[in-house]
Write a protein that binds this ligand. Structure first.
Ligand code: SAH
Length: 213
């Protein structure tokens, strides 16, 4: 649910993104349908449509909308049923995905952030997002296999469990640490084997072990 004034703002933001990274119409539409203001702390609402990451508390950040748009497009969500996100944070990325997938599963290790994200999903009536407080490196066995998996924090390595929870033909996108750099990496599962290709250098917060309640 989104009002006309907000659509004007999200449309303008999607055009700013497209100048830097051309979006396919399906992805652009998901960005336009997602009210970013709701995911940003009140005192920063005036910056909600800038292409910047912003602090959300617990020393975490809502990713820049440019990053969210890119990660979403890299997932190639068209025609997919389910996606698992590791690192729900504010919930903005999950909300964008909810316009592209029938079911979104998102895991966050910091319970206080997840409580706030769930409230936002309720407010926006995004009924197809399922949340869980856990270390996302465990995946979510109950709903596996997933068509797509997205890491919203950077991994030293992808746990085998997550490749096991990826459907045959599925894609997993993750920022991965390579020496001093992080690179967005696309892992594809074909014939039970994982192949990977590096997409671009990036800057995400790291994956941290364990849960904070
Ligand atoms: N997708 C978010 C980005 C949040 S930043 C958004 O759109 O706002 C990355 C998030 O990953 C942080 O909230 C951090 O707490 C979370 N995170 C880090 N390690 C994790 C882990 N092992 N399991 C689940 N979440 C984790």
């Amino acid at each position: 649910m989104i009002d006309k004034v907000t659509i004007i703002k999200t449309t303008r933001m999607s055009e700013e993104i497209t100048k830097k990274y051309p979006l396919r119409p399906t992805i652009k539409n998901a960005i336009i349908q997602t009210n970013r203001e709701v995911f940003v702390p009140l005192v920063m609402r005036h910056n909600a449509y800038r292409l910047d990451a912003l602090p959300i508390g617990a020393q975490q950040f809502i990713s820049s909308p440019l990053t969210v748009a890119k990660m979403t497009q890299y997932l190639s969500p068209e025609g997919c049923d389910s996606v698992l996100e590791i690192g729900c944070g504010s919930g903005y990325q999950a909300a964008v995905l909810s316009h592209l997938f029938r079911r979104v599963f998102t895991i966050e290790r910091i319970e206080s952030l997840l409580i706030e994200a769930k409230e936002r999903f309720r407010h926006l009536k995004l009924g197809n997002i399922h949340t869980r407080t856990d270390d996302g490196q465990n995946g979510w066995e109950q709903y596996a296999p997933f068509d797509r998996i997205l890491f919203s924090a950077s991994a030293r390595a992808i746990p085998q469990k997550l490749f096991d929870q990826l459907r045959e033909g599925g894609i997993l996108i993750a920022p991965v640490e390579r020496g001093r750099e992080q690179v967005i990496t696309r892992f594809t599962k074909q014939g039970g084997k994982i192949t990977e290709d590096v997409l671009e250098v990036c800057d995400f917060v790291p994956i941290v072990d364990g849960v904070v309640r």
